[in-house]
Design a binder for this molecule. Structure first.
Ligand code: FES
Length: 615
């Protein structure tokens, strides 16, 4: 049992004993701590799209035993009577009134789930900015009284023709000891003309590339000599527990520096723990990571760097910092080689960040001939249209619907999520992740469902659910379509898609389609002019293109014009890590991209309304 309050605090009030099942976490809490906060303190992240305001309904838990506060009006609004009767409550609204046993449903957990780190590995010739050199030196003597730093700099010049103009302070502190303990044969690690590490020769050098998404974080460990990815891992962004979209997180951070630091610490700790885990997988230590590149949208970039975010929340949404940055890893609390730097690729605008630059870099669309559209689907979808090298980008608020949020039975891509669905005559065929019993539906399954219902005439062009199928039924908020009935769910509620879910998806797909249309209009292109559509992002890799075309999210073009490339931002981050040429290319790309602010497009409302239609 973990005592999370201090003894003094516990003496002040009567602590309750709380058990969270089926994860088996236990703790003691004073009155006044919400179930959401209890879970957080016990290391369990519940989905919290609204930051605990009781508005999203995704932090659902079931009180199995014990007394809790009465349901709030927010809970009465978000939960059905039947659910309240069965003890279901919103964790952010519920407070213990005694010892408790709480069941956390899998779909309320922000982890574990499938987080995509794959992408086509680019064939980039390694030319890292950080290089290591073997140095053999003689020990000083009464006839050679040269200081250790001067001596090392001289040997670097003589043995490798490398000029050393600067030595990291922490390296200087260990320089003399290291030279002597290594018997005057060392590995000097240089970044440009700065000595950033000193140690035994030979030591394998590694680099870390991070794609910091609003929802997901992909981390790659690379061998800097070969340029190959040696280990990788994806996790959910731990900041999710404080709000699923960037605006909720920005609003939280605006409350004060404690919140800003907390948000930054969350992500730094997550990267540190993955860096240690991935290094261990290749028999190395995180101190062997001597270079890092981080890309992310502008908000994630600013939160990671503790930069001001107020101006991102209000029009005209300008970034605080646009330029590329090189910052000592230790300044941000990253536990890699103490002298290493983190390179942050440049941002473009308040809503189009370094991850977009990385995507453009890896897809090569800046150099492509013809008209190429690159769509990176996420909570915010960034789209770039390159017309013979002339690039323009937009950011569309597609929202978290494709992550399963705001969808009655929506969930992220975890085991048991329906990821493929077909309606064959009156029969429904589906496939779940890992073939498990269905517990909800993830983005690709939601998209398939919408396409199938539209093709079968269950949804009309305006997205209205008709009664053209025996699986359509009414519930207290309108119509819904049964995908998996109660019997198949073995006693749990049937999995359905409701009319409200369809509306959420229309908003998401409408935002993407409107963004595409505005980019096409910009250069007077038609859909037929598009030679290639590159679909990037985790959800983009799993979606069925024909479903996306069927509902009108993508233009009706032959399937061979589409190319699903995986995590293109992650691939770009890796390229910038191992290649100085690619890093410079990224610097050149950023100012070439013309950003179009959708709010400033005169007929945006009209285009968006049209884009909401299905088909
Ligand atoms: S309703 Fe509880 S976090 Fe949104």
């Amino acid at each position: 049992m973990s005592d999370l309050k201090t003894d003094k605090q516990i003496r002040k009030g009567h602590p309750y004993h709380v058990e969270l099942e089926p994860l088996g976490r236990r703790g003691r809490f004073l009155p006044g701590v919400s179930v959401m906060e209890m879970a957080r303190q016990l290391g369990i992240d519940l989905i919290s799209l609204c930051g605990g305001a009781g508005k999203c309904g995704h932090c659902k838990v079931q009180i199995v035993k014990g007394q809790v506060s009465a349901p709030t009006s927010a809970e009465q609004e978000k939960l059905e009577y039947k659910e309240l009767d069965h003890g279901y409550r919103l964790a952010c609204q519920t407070y213990a009134k005694g010892d408790l046993v709480v069941h956390i449903p899998l779909e309320s957990l922000s982890t574990p789930q499938r987080v995509q780190v794959e992408g086509i590995e680019e064939d980039v010739i390694p030319e890292p900015l950080v290089r290591e050199y073997e140095i053999r030196m003689s020990a000083p003597s009464l006839s050679d009284l040269q200081a250790d730093d001067d001596h090392l700099a001289e040997e670097l010049k003589q043995q490798h023709n490398v000029t050393c103009l600067n030595m990291d302070t922490l390296v200087l502190r260990k320089l003399s000891t290291e030279l002597r303990s290594q018997n005057w044969r060392v590995q000097a690690t240089m970044r440009d003309s700065e000595l950033i590490a000193i140690g035994p020769w030979p030591t394998r050098h590694l680099g870390l590339a991070v794609d910091l998404g609003t929802t997901k974080v992909a981390v790659y460990l690379l061998d800097l000599e070969t340029g190959k990815t040696v280990a990788s891992k994806g996790i959910m962004n731990p900041q999710i527990a404080y709000g699923e979209d960037v605006i909720t997180r920005i609003n939280l951070v605006r409350r004060g520096s404690d919140e800003a630091n907390r948000m930054q610490n969350l992500i730094v700790e997550a990267i540190n723990s993955i860096a240690a885990e991935l290094s261990a997988q290749v028999d190395a230590g995180p101190e062997q990571i001597v270079d890092a590149v981080i890309v992310g949208n502008t908000a994630m970039h600013h939160l990671m760097l503790c930069l001001p975010v107020d101006q991102l929340a209000y029009a005209p949404h300008v970034p605080s910092v646009r330029q590329a940055l090189d910052i000592k890893a230790r300044e941000l609390g990253l536990s890699i080689s103490p002298g290493a730097y983190i390179h942050f690729l440049p941002n473009i605008s308040g809503f189009v960040g370094a991850d977009h630059v990385a995507m453009v870099l890896s897809t090569g669309i800046s150099k492509a001939k013809g008209v190429v559209l690159a769509v990176d689907i996420g909570t915010n979808t960034e789209i770039c249209l390159a017309d013979h090298g002339k690039m323009a980008s937009v950011s569309c608020a597609s929202g978290p619907a494709f992550e399963g949020a705001h969808i009655k039975f929506g969930m992220r891509a975890a085991a048991g999520a329906i990821e493929r669905l077909r309606l064959i005559d009156q029969e429904i065929e589906y496939h779940t992740i890992e073939g498990r019993k269905p517990i909800g539906i993830c983005g690709s399954g939601i998209l398939d469902t919408m396409a199938q219902l539209y093709i079968a005439g269950v949804l009309d062009k305006d997205g209205r659910m008709t009664e053209n199928h025996p699986n359509v039924r009414s519930y207290e908020k309108g119509r819904e379509f049964i995908l998996v009935n109660e019997k198949e769910c073995e006693g749990s509620a049937a999995i359905t898609i409701t009319q409200q879910d369809v509306r959420q998806l229309q908003l998401a797909k409408g935002a993407i389609r409107a963004g595409i249309q505005i980019l096409l209009n910009e250069e007077n292109n038609s859909e037929d002019d598009i030679d290639q559509i590159i679909v990037a992002g985790a959800f983009g890799s799993y979606l069925d293109i024909s479903s996306a075309i069927a509902i009108g999210m993508f233009p009706q073009l032959p399937l061979d014009r589409f190319n699903q490339v995986g995590n293109a931002a992650g691939i770009g981050a890796r390229s910038a890590l191992i290649s100085q040429t690619k890093r410079t290319e990224a610097l050149d790309i950023a100012p070439q991209i013309g950003y179009i602010e959708l709010a400033g497009v005169p007929n945006f409302g009209e285009i968006f309304l049209k884009a909401l239609s299905l088909g």
